[in-house]
Ligand binder design. Structure first.
Ligand SMILES: [Ca+2]
Length: 136
């Protein structure tokens, strides 16, 4: 992350991967000033997966969906689709997983808001993965 240039009163904050490089960036609002964009420039040494949900029976961004990523060795990571992160902000609707040294996701389970359950296997990492909700 970049450093804030001068001390100021900040309010809202939204986050997301603004440049699609797998590292989460942030935007903060400033009282009586333009918002500040903080680009994450940390070294790229870990793997990641950014899931872009495309709802068909659920809402179009899959908001409310719950996801479970099972890594080689059995470790499980959980996340959910939301844009609600704070006061006066709406964040990236895509679902980010930081995977550390894992080079793939063995199984990705998605519970859509409609009640549909979806399972993807052997998912490659370090990419944006579009996933469309199945028809049934
Ligand atoms: Ca980024």
């Amino acid at each position: 992350m970049g450093q804030l240039p001068v001390p100021q009163l900040h309010r809202g904050m939204a986050y997301g991967d603004l440049d699609n490089d797998g590292r989460i960036d942030a935007i903060v609002t400033v009282k009586d000033g333009p918002p500040e964009i903080l680009m994450n420039r940390s070294p790229e040494k870990n793997h990641w997966l950014l899931v872009k949900l495309i709802g068909t029976r659920s809402n179009r961004d899959g908001l409310g969906a719950r996801l479970k990523a099972t890594l080689p060795g059995g470790r499980a990571l959980y996340n959910h689709a939301t844009t609600s992160t704070g006061l006066r902000a709406s964040s990236d609707p895509r679902v980010h997983f930081g995977l550390g040294a894992a080079e793939r996701v063995d199984k990705l389970k998605i519970w859509w808001p409609s009640g549909t359950r979806q399972v993807l296997e052997n998912v490659q990492t370090d990419r944006i993965l579009p996933v469309q909700e199945p028809a049934e």
